[in-house]
Design a protein around this ligand. Sequence first.
Ligand SMILES: Nc1nc2c(c(=O)[nH]1)N[C@H]1C(S)=C(S)[C@@H](COP(=O)(O)OP(=O)(O)OC[C@H]3O[C@@H](n4cnc5c(N)ncnc54)[C@H](O)[C@@H]3O)O[C@H]1N2
Ligand code: MOO
Length: 420
Amino acid sequence: MQHFISVEEARERILARLTPLGAERVFLAQAAGRILAEPIAAPADTPRFAHSSRDGFALRFQDIQGETGALELVGSSAAGAPSEREVGPGQAARITTGAPLPGGADTVVMLEYCSVDAAANLLTLDAPEAVKMAQWVRQVGEDMAAGEVILEPGVRLGAADVGLLAGFGRPMVNVTRKPRVAIVSTGDELVDPGTPPGPAQIVNSNAYLLAALVEEYGGVAQILPIAPDDEDAIRQAFDAAIAGADLVLSSGGMSVGEFDLTRPIVDELTGGMHFWKIRIKPGKPLAFGVARADTAPTPLLGLPGNPNACFVGFHQFVRPALDLLSGDGAQVAADPGAPLASIPATLATAVKTTPRRRVYLSGRLEEPGPDATGARPIFYPTPNQNSGNLRLFCQATAFGIVDEGVSELNAGDEIRVEKL
Ligand SMILES: Nc1nc2c(c(=O)[nH]1)N[C@H]1C(S)=C(S)[C@@H](COP(=O)(O)OP(=O)(O)OC[C@H]3O[C@@H](n4cnc5c(N)ncnc54)[C@H](O)[C@@H]3O)O[C@H]1N2
Ligand code: MOO
C-alpha cells in the first residue's frame, strides 16, 4: 500500500521501531564526542585534601589578629610533598600552589605580600589587616561531594568531560556503541569514483555522500561494492550489509517499484517493508523495514536515488535515527513526531515551489551582524533547486522550508529554516 504521509509521520513511524544500541568500554583518548552510557559520580570528596591555591605561606588566622609580630617559619609544603610539621601558634610554613595545607594552618598569604628574614627564619606580613580567614585555601569537598552524580547517561562527552573522567582516575568509560551503517548501491549504470563512466553510466556519488554524512553524525560507515541489476547479486549485497550493520541505507530504485529488483528483495528481507510517499520535496519515496526482527533487528532505509533527495532524506530521517541508536536521542525518543528545530529567517531571493509537498530548499544562512539587534538571519537559497544538482547542497548551512499549500515566496518574506 502506498500512502502520502507527512515528514513528521514518517519520522515517527521509523523512530518507533528503533532502540538504542548497547554500550562498549573505550579508553579516554577515544571518548570525546561519544554518548555516555553510565552515570558518572565523584569517587571521593573533591578536592580530596585542603590545599593552597597560591604560592605563599600557610598560617593560623587567629595569630594575625590585633598586634602582630613576626611568625616563625617551620617547614614547607610543596605540591606532592606535604609538610610533616604542624603549624603551631606564632608559626607559619612555606607552601606552593596545590600543596596540602599543613595541620594547624587555616589561611594562606601570597608571598608577594610578605617579607622573609631568612637569617632569623621569620615571616612578617605587609598588611595583616587585609588577610581574610581561610583565604587561598581550597577546602575538602568544595567542588564535589563523594557519590555526587556529575554526568548523566545520554550526554555527549566533550573535552571538559573527558578531563573530569581523567581527574576521577578513570582510564575507560562506557559509551553507547557507534551505529555501524552499511550503504548499498545497486544498478548496472553505476561506477565508483576513479572509474570513468561510460556514455550511459553515472558515478556513484550517493554512497560517498551518505557515508560522509553518517561519519559526520556519529556513525561508522561501510560502503558495499556496487551490486549489478541481478536479483542474486542484490540479495547478497543486502545480506552482507545486514550481517555487519546496525542500520542499512540504500539509495535509488524507489520510484517505479514494479520494474525494480531492489524493492522486492528489501520486502523479502524485512518480512514486509513499509513504503511511503512523503509530502516532501525532494525525497518523496521512502522504503523502511526491519530485517532479522526476531534475532538482531536491523532497520533498513531505502532513500530515493536523486542526490539531493538523499541529502534531505538523510537529515530528516537518517540523522534522527542515528541519534536514537547512539543514545543521543532523548529528545527524538521522547517526542518522535515533533518537527525538527527551526528558526525564522528572511528569504533573500524569491522562490517558486510546488504547493503539494513541503519543500526543503538547500542554502546558506547568514546570521545578522552584532549591531543588527533583533534582526533575523538571512537565508540564501542555492540557485537551481533541482534534485539531481550535486552542487545544490555544497556548503549549504540550512534548509529553508516552504510549507505545503504555498507556491511562491518573495524576497524579504519570512521563511522557517532548519540549521544543518
Ligand atoms: N513516473 C514517476 N517518476 C518519478 C516519480 C514518480 O512519482 N513517478 N518520482 C520522482 C521522484 S520525486 C524521485 S525522488 C525519483 C526517485 O527515483 P529512484 O529512487 O527510483 O531513483 P533512480 O531512478 O534509481 O535514480 C534517480 C536519479 O538519481 C540518480 N542516482 C541513482 N543512484 C545514484 C547514485 N548511487 N549516485 C548518484 N546518483 C544516483 C540517477 O542517475 C537518477 O538521475 O523518481 C522520480 N521519478
Ligand atoms: O522527491 Mo523527488 O526527490 O522530488 O526528486
